[in-house]
Design a protein around this ligand. Structure first.
Ligand code: ZN
Length: 137
């Protein structure tokens, strides 16, 4: 895939974030802050025993932060808790350049791989995933 296509996927998620809805304070499972960029998001995890039915989020952030959160909600749809936890860890490691994941596992998240070379932006891309890990632990 080309850089151009990655950018299109990213912008699409930013402009029409999946799983975005205004949350009530008592619904918030976890939140994440990235003061360097001004990103702030909150997550609601709809969980039943060991299955995650879905994740929704609200907040404000840069294109990378919002797109990554949007992609996360697509990935966290009817998924086992253990799978969600291990994928989150893998994705954070992937963004830090510590692990490789193939395109199929990544889905739309593959569009964020170019961000790996910018450490400040890696924090934007992993903010929602760190919040998810907090919510799941
Ligand atoms: Zn950001």
């Amino acid at each position: 895939m080309s850089e151009e296509l990655y950018r299109e996927i990213l912008i699409d998620h930013y402009k029409q974030p999946r799983g975005f809805e205004t949350l009530q304070d008592d619904e918030v499972s976890a939140e994440g802050d990235n003061p360097n960029c001004g990103d702030h998001i909150r997550l609601k995890v709809d969980r039943e025993d060991n299955t995650i039915n879905g994740v929704t989020f609200d907040g404000k952030g840069c294109a990378i932060c919002m797109a990554s959160a949007s992609m996360m909600t697509e990935k966290m749809h009817h998924i086992e808790l253990s799978e969600a936890t291990s994928f989150s860890d893998d994705f954070i490691a992937f963004m830090r350049g510590e692990k490789d994941l193939d395109d199929e596992e990544l889905g739309d998240l593959v569009a964020l791989q170019g961000v790996r070379q910018y450490p400040m932006r890696v924090k934007c891309a992993t903010l929602s995933w760190h919040a998810l890990r907090k919510a799941l632990s």
